[in-house]
Structure formats: C-alpha cells, structure tokens
Design a protein around this ligand. Sequence first.
Ligand code: KG4
Ligand code: ZN
Length: 368
Amino acid sequence: MTDSRDEPLVLGIETSCDETGVGIVRGTTLLADAVASSVDEHARFGGVVPEVASRAHLEAMVPTIDRALKDAGVSARDLDGIAVTAGPGLAGALLVGVSAAKAYAYALGKPLYGVNHLASHICVDQLEHGALPEPTMALLVSGGHSSLLLSSDITSDVRPMGATIDDAAGEAFDKIARVLNLGFPGGPVIDRYAREGDPGAIAFPRGLTGPRDPAYDFSFSGLKTAVARWIEAKRAAGEEVPVRDVAASFQEAVVDVLTRKAVRACKDEGVDHLMIGGGVAANSRLRALAQERCEAAGIRLRVPRPKLCTDNGAMVAALGAEMVARNRPASSWDLPADSSLPVTEPHVPGHRHDHDHVHEISKENLYS
Ligand code: KG4
Ligand code: ZN
C-alpha cells in the first residue's frame, strides 16, 4: 500500500455560480470542505444574480481559504498544487476564483490546475467511494446542466452521450417552485413537499421518451409548461392547488426520465457503473429510483453524499489531485476563465511550469 503522505495534497477553489467553495484533499481523502454561499442574497430575485455572486465571492474568498487550511490542519506551503474551476459557469464569478488561484499559486510557487466544473462533479465521488471505475457513466444534473457523460479517464476523456435540449433539471425544479411560491432554490423544498404527496396523482409528460426521440437527450421545458398550466387551471377554477401532489408528480416525471435514460445508456454501452452528480443528485427520490433501477439492471450505483453533490471546493481539489497523480501538465499563468468551457475538456492545460520558471515569468511580466 502506498503511504498516504505520498499522495498529492491539493487545494481546490470553486466559484462558478453562487457558492464560494474551498476544499483540500490528499489523494482521494477529503481533509476540508469550506463553503460560503450567497444563495440568500439571490433568493428575493428568484435566481442567481451574476454581479451579486461575483461580489460575494470576492468577499468570501480569503476567509474561506483560511478556514479550509485551518480545518485541514495543513499549511499552504505543504500543498502540491492549487486547482480551480476554469469553467463553465458565470464569467465574472469564475474570474474571481481563477484570479485568486493564480495569486496563491504564484505567491507560493505551486503548480496551478484549471479544471472543468462538470468533470469535478464526477470526480468528487472518489472522496466518497474511492477510485472511479473506468469507464464510468455519469448522470450530471444541476441548475445549469443535465447530461449523460461517459468517461474512461476523468482527467482526459469525457464523452457526452446526451444532454438537455432546453432547461436543465435543476432549473425546472427552481421554476416550478417559483410557480408554487415555494422560494429559491426549488429543488430541496420540492423534494420535501413531494415526500408527503402522491407521485401518481397527476400524469405529467415525460419529455423525449417517444420511440423516435434521441435516446439520451433530455427536455424539461414541455414538462415545466404542463405543470404551470395545470396549476393555473386550478387557480382559475378557484380550487386549491394540491402542492404536495403537484411536487411529487412533477418530481416523478423528472427522475423517471433521468434514471430511465441513464440506465439505458449504461446497458447500451456495456458500462456497469453509474455515477450521479450535481445539485439535483441530492434529490431523495432520484437517489431511491436510481438505486432500484440500477439494482434491477445489475449496475453499481455511486452517488456522493448530498453536500458533495452541490457545488463545493472539494470536488475541484479531487480533480486537481487526480491531475497531479496522473502527471497532467499544470496550466499556464494566462489560464482563462471560460464561461462555456466544453465538457470534453476536463482540464485546461498549458505550459508546464516549475518554481524557477515562475520566477522567469515574474521578471518578464513585472519589468517588461
Ligand atoms: O450543482 P449545483 O449546486 O449548482 C449548479 O452547478 O447548478 O446545483 C444546484 C441545483 C439547483 O437548481 C437546485 O434547485 C438543485 O440543484 N437541487 C435539487 C435538490 N437540491 C439542490 N434539486 C432537486 N432535489 C434536491 N434535493
Ligand atoms: Zn455545479
């Protein structure tokens, strides 16, 4: 067995949306997971306001890094690398994280690893269930994304099998919660109400499940409209809206399609491991139905605990540590924040730089 001290000690910074996350891992061991969220500041707008998020990241960044180092009981000097979400996400929010990561990496003389937010959502499961099997099918469901991805190496090979053609699954949860006046974010509260409702009460449509529809793509916009119309009709008739039944029936329509398509993709590709990640993976019904359907199909299901499913810095550190372990080149100092970084690029490479090189560049940049 390898000595765990030989495994890379990496700090990860996540600022793609409204969570300022700083995590520290040693290999696949989680040491710290500090998160400062600005979600309350967005609640009254019913969605994330980019400028508000960027400002909150700026204020939270240094204290959150300090907290993570303290929680992990390590010194910044001992780090083997600093990883940061380079994209996709909100441009201004990403910039805060990327700038901070560069500043720390540069000042400490550590390699910088710009990584993909989506690949990080998959890689985080290593902290919970150990090394990812290769290949792994991943169902990634969050406020901004809903995709089925096949990965044979999370640092270099992520292949999109399908994705949403309109709304993301989490976005649908957020919108329906708004129509029901349940607040923001919608996922957790719908999940709660749905537990007391009947998932079979209302037959809402299952998007893109016809025989001619693309097998692995998703659509939630039609469902969203159908649910909103159903609620409006009730209200127009002066009837009370059965919130729990609507929540349960809507949620069932979403998770039915997600799990059905994910299991089908595994079967078609001969992959016997399914990983579910992203904020919506915190959904209790999605977890239960996925477990049931995977068991029936002989597929091993891996879902991290809810706190690791929503945005956090530990997932970025996990992918960064994997980059170090697999000798991937560090990113260059001109690493950009790329709001539409493709899912097929788990890591944003650049020139390899070592400590001496850092100083060379610094002289050039400072005096030229
Ligand atoms: O991954 P994440 O934290 O941020 C993005 O990258 O988008 O995901 C946030 C999304 C929100 O849309 C939120 O409503 C949804 O995840 N979510 C849930 C649950 N918890 C969070 N959706 C359904 N059920 C939940 N329990
Ligand atoms: Zn996310």
